[in-house]
Design a protein around this ligand. Structure first.
Ligand SMILES: [Zn+2]
Length: 306
């Protein structure tokens, strides 16, 4: 609904005694009456009679510009604006609250993802430094794995402390940590691995089509946000790397028939129970990650969703 006002936003700015900084054809930049900004980031659109502060984000029409300062609804603001202009008065003085705006977090630089063989070397060494807690071993046995399969698949409990020490040890034995998902640089510029109390559980190595460990999932001891598994990842950390959600191959890389299932741990288990080879996609919506092997020879290459 269009409504004709007997005044403009410039009139309202005059009433409020807003100090003008720049004037353009269709806009007027003034000091912000909401946050106190004084560099012309508070913009009055004189064609549309609306305002917006590009610092504190306040925005709206002319009645709300007036009304928000004095705590009036649009109708009351309208009456006061009209009355003051009719009497050729300025509006009552008001306090501009200097609002502190938290500076935006600078975007942290990520690392270039390391090649598969580099990840494999680092993860293999890393997992060899970890142990599998009894509770996790029992959990895996209960799922149906044998001791030998647990050993071969390389499940390990997440470390509880000493993340930086572990990373130092990896570097000391010649492993590359930059670009390995989960690793990042802390505020002192030192490499460490992203684990937290929230992410305690056991690690499930994720192997690519060549059997190289290229990532890891964590089976959480205490699922949160409806998730039982999370990726070992350092995305959004300084020099961190996203897991990239790789597909896990459970079984023999050379196998002509590969079945598809969801989740690396489940894939390991169905492989352990059936002897068949499984491509394990991270989630139902992750099929785009499938490597070309799954679309191969039509006569004997097929996939079945479990
Ligand atoms: Zn403002």
């Amino acid at each position: 609904m269009y409504r004709d006002f007997p005044f403009t936003i410039v009139d309202v700015a005059y009433l409020l005694n807003l100090h003008a900084r720049h004037k353009n054809a269709a806009s007027l930049d003034v000091d912000c009456p909401f946050c106190g900004e004084k560099k012309g980031k508070f913009n009055l659109n004189t064609k549309k009679n609306v305002f917006k502060c590009n610092r504190c984000g306040e925005s709206g029409g002319m009645r709300s510009l007036y009304g928000r300062i004095y705590g009036l609804d649009n109708q009351a603001a309208y009456e006061e604006i009209k009355g003051a202009l009719g009497r050729n008065e300025q509006a009552p003085s008001y306090q501009v609250r200097k609002r502190e705006i938290a500076p935006k977090e600078p975007e942290l630089p990520g690392a270039m993802p390391a090649p598969d063989h580099v990840r494999h070397k680092t993860y293999s060494m890393f997992f060899s430094m970890l142990v599998l807690a009894d509770t996790h071993r029992k959990n895996l046995l209960k799922r149906g794995f044998t001791e030998q399969q647990i050993e071969e698949n390389g499940y390990k409990s997440t470390p509880v402390f000493g993340y930086k020490k572990l990373t130092e040890r990896l570097l000391a034995v010649g492993c590359t940590v930059e670009g390995v998902p989960g690793v990042y640089q802390d505020k002192d510029g030192e490499w460490t691995i992203h684990f937290s109390n929230k992410s305690s559980g056991f690690l499930v190595p994720v192997r690519n089509i060549d059997g190289l460990i290229v990532g890891a999932q964590i089976r959480l001891d205490h699922p949160y946000d409806g998730r039982k598994y999370i990726w070992l990842s350092s995305t959004n950390f300084n020099m961190g790397t996203s897991s990239g959600s790789p597909v896990h191959l459970a079984g023999s890389p050379g196998e002509k028939t590969i079945f598809i299932t969801e989740g690396p741990l489940k894939g390991d288990l169905v492989h352990a129970l059936s002897g068949r080879t499984f491509g394990c996609v991270p989630g139902a919506n992750q099929y785009a990650n499938l490597p070309p092997v799954f679309t191969g020879d039509e006569t004997d290459g097929y996939a079945v969703a479990l």
